[in-house]
Design a protein around this ligand. Structure first.
Ligand code: FAD
Ligand code: NDP
Length: 452
């Protein structure tokens, strides 16, 4: 006979664990199952609500038993979902078992979107196993190339030591436009501490240097010679250094024509939602990034199937200052909201989109500096006609405010600025700041008091 559960949650990451905890605590006598392949789950530690939309926490891998000990109605099933039959409300796992559910929440995360598939010299970093593989190969490497310009690349180039790292950015700004700013701060650590103010009106789109990366060739020496000969036909031969020919296991050619040899390449080029086992035979609406499209109740297009975290794409009309980014914070917030929505639907209660989806906020650390990103911090989607006001106190802080129509729509705060809550309020209340001009960031004015 098929084992059946009131709620089944798939995936032991932050989204799945948050969702299942929400359900297990709200329905202490309901049968609930969490299905995930490994013996560990990801848990939130030291959670701190910093303000109305900002939160900070750590992430720790723990044995699943911590959840089973906490919730007697929760069963942990160590396996992976192989197929889902949404119409008949059941799923099959890789160990051949079939489980029924009344409501299902898919939280299967995402996997690295490598710029080239199945190449032994190209690594993506996703989980503990791939991080260990990276460490192992790094210990023997003299040179690596990092491709990508996001969170993983930023962390890697800062942390990797004892090996040459080649990193070329595709374009000057990106989702994490903090690298240049942090470097600027670091270089000026010893310099004077007078803040500098700068105001810039952006009336044309930012310059974009196209730098798509192509892999030249792998492995064996004779193949490398052939590859380099082929590359000579398509690029400036002066880029090829005869001394390096044949000495590296892999070569990479960038779209600016430069060729680099290295021991291996890290593809830190984003992620794609892990939807594979759920699609076949079902009728899920997918977003353009291939995520399971969910509405503001975290419902997919299949009945009684919800989704949360990296696997899903927020398909509701977003608040003007919120955007989806595949981050821990959003995985937790979506998992929590999905759990609440599932509970509300069982109890036939109304439920609204949580306030945390009003404003994008992310607190993290890059290069040991505290970094806070708020709203359209990189002027995403604003086009021309916006203004940037920047204050940089050398060696201490970097603050960038994005204004549109005289109202604050985003901010980047690097260092211990203590301005995050004030800026959060200014973005949320959309106050007209035109009359304040540069005083907005004037270091002689205590803007926290000013706007209280
Ligand atoms: C190297 C790296 C560093 C990162 N650093 C940060 C950071 O500093 N800050 C930040 O905010 N974000 C960071 N992120 C992003 C963050 O990790 C993700 O946004 C977040 O973990 C997503 O949570 P999730 O629960 O949706 O998915 P995941 O954490 O990926 O969990 C998915 C779960 O589903 C399971 N699963 C997959 N397929 C199946 C299946 N078929 N059946 C059953 N179970 C399945 C998986 O085993 C896993 O347990 C980082 C990501 C990477 C790769
Ligand atoms: N501290 C934190 O907050 C951290 C967060 N993360 C999160 O983990 C996830 C995975 O990180 P990551 O892989 O860095 O993903 P990101 O989405 O952050 O960044 C991917 C980057 O790769 C670039 N890219 C894509 N294809 C190519 C290509 N062919 N050549 C050159 N560049 C390319 C993208 O450019 P473009 O945008 O132009 O396509 C983008 O800059 C993300 O969700 C990230 O937000 C990871 C580490 C730390």
């Amino acid at each position: 006979m098929t084992e059946s559960y009131k709620f089944v949650v798939v995936g032991g990451g932050i989204a799945g664990v948050t969702c299942v905890e929400q359900l297990a605590s709200q329905f202490p006598s309901a049968h609930i199952a969490l299905i995930t392949p490994g013996p560990h789950i990801k848990t939130v530690t030291n959670y701190k609500q910093v303000s109305r939309t900002m939160e900070e926490f750590g992430v720790e891998e723990r044995p699943f038993t911590v959840l089973e000990e906490k919730y007697s109605n929760l069963k942990f099933l160590q396996s992976a979902v192989k197929t889902l039959h949404a119409k008949s409300h059941c799923l099959e796992t890789t160990d051949g078992k079939v489980y029924g559910y009344e409501m299902l929440c898919i939280c299967s995360g995402a996997r690295p979107k490598l710029f080239i598939d199945d190449n032994p010299y190209v690594l993506g970093i996703r989980d503990t196993d791939s991080a260990q593989e990276f460490q192992k190969r790094l210990s023997k490497a003299k040179r690596i190339v990092v491709v990508g310009n996001g969170g993983i690349a930023l962390e890697l180039v800062h942390e990797v030591g004892g090996c040459e790292v080649i990193w070329r950015q595709k374009k000057p700004t990106n989702l994490f436009p903090v690298r240049g700013l942090v470097t600027q701060l670091k270089n000026q650590r010893e310099a004077h501490l007078t803040p500098s103010l700068q105001r810039e009106t952006i009336d044309k789109p930012p310059l974009q240097q196209s730098m798509v990366v192509l892999l030249a060739q792998t492995g064996m020496k004779e193949l490398i010679y052939k590859a380099l000969n082929r590359l000579r036909d398509t690029t400036n031969s002066s880029d090829l250094n005869p001394e390096t020919v044949g000495s590296w296991p892999v070569y990479i050619k960038l779209s600016n024509g430069k060729i680099y040899g290295c021991d291996f390449i890290v593809s830190a080029t984003g992620v794609e939602p892990n939807t594979e086992p759920f699609l076949h035979g079902n009728n899920f609406a997918l977003a353009s990034d291939c995520g399971l499209q969910v509405n503001d109740q975290m419902r997919t297009s299949e009945p009684d199937v919800y989704a949360a975290g990296d696997v899903c794409t927020a398909g509701w009309k977003h608040s003007p200052q919120w955007q989806q980014m595949r981050l821990w914070t959003q995985a937790r917030q979506m998992g929590w909201h999905a759990g609440r929505c599932m509970a509300a639907h069982v109890l036939s209660e109304p439920i609204e989109l949580d306030f945390c989806f009003e404003l994008f906020s992310h607190i993290t650390k890059f290069f040991s500096y505290k970094v806070v990103l708020l709203g359209k911090y990189n002027a995403q989607g604003l086009g021309p006609n916006h203004e940037l006001v920047v204050r940089c106190t050398k060696g201490r802080e970097y603050i960038k405010v994005v204004l549109s129509g005289g109202r604050m729509v985003g901010a980047v705060l690097i260092g211990d600025t203590d301005l995050e809550e004030t800026f959060e309020n200014l973005i949320l209340n959309q106050m007209d700041l035109t009359s304040y001009g540069e005083d907005l960031l004037n270091p002689d004015i205590d803007i926290e008091d000013y706007f209280d």
